[in-house]
Design a protein around this ligand. Structure first.
Ligand code: THU
Length: 127
């Protein structure tokens, strides 16, 4: 990783609005054309209305004109190796490819890098 996605995801997690779960999460995308976008989870007192860090990062990318997710790093300070939830795997797939690399991080760095194909086998796609 030329760009320090781990560090960016750690910084993103510090911005989390997670007063209900007390489980901050940060995520940072790098697109195939080299742009980076970070996001954090944003919770709501009406619990189902919150959303995930990956979703925030994707929204930032879309607001910048969209793109293809080449890599995404995910970090949660309270978990050794967070993996994106099922819904976020599908959202990453919307803008990624089977080769998209998902970096699962802890506080020190990337613990494991896994392809989206391995993380979301037999993904739904109408294409
Ligand atoms: N969360 C994420 O931000 N990303 C994930 O991939 C898993 C879960 C958030 C949602 C909620 O705000 C908190 O973590 C606890 O589930």
């Amino acid at each position: 990783m030329a760009i320090d996605l781990h560090r960016m995801a750690v910084l993103a997690a510090k911005k989390a609005h997670a007063p209900h779960s007390n489980f901050p999460v940060g995520a940072t995308i790098v697109t195939s054309d080299g742009r980076t976008f970070s996001g954090c989870n944003v919770e709501n007192v009406s619990y189902p209305e919150g959303w995930c860090a990956e979703t925030s990062a994707i929204a930032h990318m879309v607001m910048d004109g969209g793109g293809e997710i080449a890599e995404i790093a995910v970090f949660a300070p309270k978990m050794d190796e967070i993996t994106p939830c099922g819904g976020c795997r599908q959202r990453i797939a919307e803008f990624g490819s089977p080769k998209t690399l998902v970096h699962l991080c802890d506080a020190k760095g990337v613990v494991e890098s896994i392809t989206l194909a391995d993380l979301l086998p037999k993904a739904f796609s109408k294409l």
